[in-house]
Design a protein around this ligand. Structure first.
Ligand SMILES: [Zn+2]
Length: 260
C-alpha cells in the first residue's frame, strides 16, 4: 500500500500547492504522512460525522476540498469545539488532508470539471494567472440554449434543491462563465467578456444587480458547485493507485437543507 504522503503527492502533482491563494491552507491538516494508507474517504467538508464514518470504516485518510484548519489555533483541548476533533482524529490514527484553491485554480481542476459536466466546449480560464492557473472558466455551448431551458439544465446537472438567479435577459445562452464556491468577485469579468451567464455560489443580494439585465447570474450554491471536487479526487487517486480503496463519505452531505 502507498503511504499517505504518496497519495497527497499524487493529488499535488495534479493540483500544485503553488497555485493556491496566499490566504489559503491546503495540504496536511492533521495526521501521519508516513503511514501506509488503509482506506480513503472523500468529502467536501470535514466534520465529526465524517470522522466517525472514517473510524467505523477503518479509513485512515480523509480528503476534503475545504481545509479543516484555517485560522491559527492557540490550544488543542478536548473540551474545546473543533480542537476536540483533532484529538479524536489523532487518537484514531486518522489523517485529514485538503486541496482547496490549488484545486480551484489549476487547469483541469474543479472549475474545468464543472464546465465539462455542463458540456461546455473550448473551456479556458476566465481570469488567467499563469499558463496553467487562473480564476474561474468560460466555455461555449455548440448550440445556444433557451434561457429557461438553461436554468432547468443547470439545476438538474448540478442537482440543486432551489436555485436563485438574476432577472432573465431574454437572450439565448451560449457563452457561460463559472466560478465554483464563492465567486461573485468575477461577475464583472464575466460580464466584460460577454458571457451570457455566470454560475457561482454564495451570491449576495446586491450582487444580483451587477449583471444589469445583460447577463444571467446564477447562484448555484457553494456545495452544489464544489461537490464535484470529490469526483476529481476519486479519479486522480484511482488512476495512480488502483488498489487503494477510496469512497465518498456517506456523511459528507450538503449542510444546507431546502424546503419545497
Ligand atoms: Zn468552497
Amino acid at each position: 500500500m502507498p503511504t499517505i504522503k504518496e497519495i497527497a503527492d499524487a493529488i499535488e502533482q495534479s493540483a500544485p500547492k503553488e497555485y493556491a491563494e496566499s490566504w489559503d491552507n491546503p495540504g496536511f491538516q492533521v495526521g501521519f504522512p508516513e503511514k501506509d494508507v488503509t482506506k480513503i474517504l472523500l468529502s467536501l467538508d470535514f466534520s465529526e460525522a465524517v470522522l466517525d464514518e472514517a473510524i467505523a470504516k477503518k479509513a485512515n485518510m480523509i480528503v476534503n476540498h475545504h481545509p479543516y484548519l484555517f485560522h491559527p489555533i492557540k490550544k488543542i483541548v478536548s473540551t474545546e469545539y473543533n480542537t476536540n476533533l483533532i484529538i479524536k482524529a489523532i487518537k484514531n490514527d486518522i489523517t485529514i488532508y485538503a486541496a482547496h484553491t490549488n484545486l480551484d485554480n489549476v487547469r483541469d481542476g474543479l472549475n474545468f470539471a464543472v464546465a465539462g459536466e455542463l458540456g461546455l466546449n473550448g473551456i479556458e480560464f476566465l481570469e488567467q494567472t499563469t499558463e496553467n492557473s487562473g480564476s474561474g472558466v468560460t466555455g461555449t455551448f455548440a448550440t445556444p440554449m433557451d434561457e429557461t431551458d438553461f436554468l432547468h439544465f443547470v439545476k438538474d446537472k448540478l442537482q440543486i434543491g432551489a436555485m436563485r438567479y438574476s432577472h432573465p435577459t431574454g437572450k439565448k445562452i451560449q457563452r457561460v462563465s463559472i466560478c465554483t464556491g464563492a465567486g461573485a468577485f468575477l461577475c464583472n469579468k464575466a460580464l466584460e467578456i460577454g458571457s451570457n451567464a455566470f454560475i457561482t455560489g454564495d451570491v449576495r443580494h446586491h450582487e444580483f444587480y451587477i449583471p444589469d439585465n445583460k447577463m444571467l447570474l446564477i447562484d448555484a450554491g457553494h456545495y452544489e458547485t464544489e461537490q464535484f471536487s470529490r469526483r476529481w479526487f476519486m479519479e486522480v487517486i484511482r488512476k495512480r493507485f488502483p488498489n487503494v480503496t477510496v469512497e465518498y463519505a456517506e456523511c459528507g452531505v450538503n449542510p444546507i437543507g431546502f424546503l419545497h
